[in-house]
Design a protein around this ligand. Structure first.
Ligand code: E4P
Length: 216
């Protein structure tokens, strides 16, 4: 399972990239607004930190506008992945860009039928939003299972990028289902390293080692 971080915070991206376990980055207009940085400038900086795909989202709602913006975004770096919304115009844009060899992440997916359409449009990634689905009384993990089943039925190569992840159980269940990628906020990823018994065990080992009076 690939791990992407859902942020434009450079310090967090650098910290996670240094673990060697970070495979990519996702952003969206809200994340860029939160960063307070210039969109193109911060995206370029992120692309220089990670080798994997960095999703940068178009703002336009129409196909022509999306194509124009994608042209600007894909010039930033080779690892930019153009993020388009799951609308008719978004999927038209996805088809045009992927025909051209550009990586596309189709975002704001809330149904398996939408994911089917994105795969037919040649998307590199489909981003079903688990947390927001849960918030609205649906089961976000069922959505991931349905998409996995459908993609496997037809051998679609579009990668399932589980998004809007809120906690470690989402990550665990997505891994069980077989999502290809998950993107989560830095705090959720950092939380995956932690376990109270790991801390307790380490404390005990350190105390017992001190009693030996030895050093390495
Ligand atoms: C994915 O690409 C989105 O940026 C993200 O996962 C949205 O998550 P949120 O629902 O926590 O805003």
């Amino acid at each position: 399972m690939k791990f992407f971080v859902d942020t434009a915070d450079i310090a967090d991206i650098k910290e996670l990239a240094a673990t060697g376990l970070l495979d990519g980055v996702t952003t969206n207009p809200s994340i860029i607004a939160k960063s307070g940085r210039d969109f193109l400038e911060v995206t370029k900086e992120i692309c220089g930190i990670v080798d994997g795909p960095v999703s940068a989202e178009v703002i336009a709602m129409d196909h022509e506008g999306m194509m124009r913006e994608a042209e600007i975004l894909r010039k930033i770096a080779d690892n930019v992945c153009i993020k388009v919304p799951l609308t008719i115009d978004g999927l038209k844009t996805c088809k045009a860009l992927t025909n051209d060899g550009t990586k596309v992440n189709v975002t704001l997916c809330f149904s398996a039928n939408q994911a089917l359409l994105a795969a037919k449009a040649g998307a590199s990634f489909i981003s079903p939003f688990i947390g927001r689905h849960d918030d609205n009384g649906f089961d976000g993990l069922d959505l991931i299972s349905d998409i996995r089943l459908i993609y496997d039925n037809y051998g679609f190569e579009t990668e399932i990028l589980a998004a809007s992840i809120r906690h470690g159980v989402h990550v665990l269940e997505c891994a069980r289902i077989g999502a290809d990628v998950m993107t989560a906020p830095p705090a959720v990823i950092k939380g995956l390293f932690k376990h109270v018994l790991t801390d307790k065990g380490l404390e005990q080992f350190a105390a017992d080692w001190a009693k030996t009076g030895q050093s390495l």
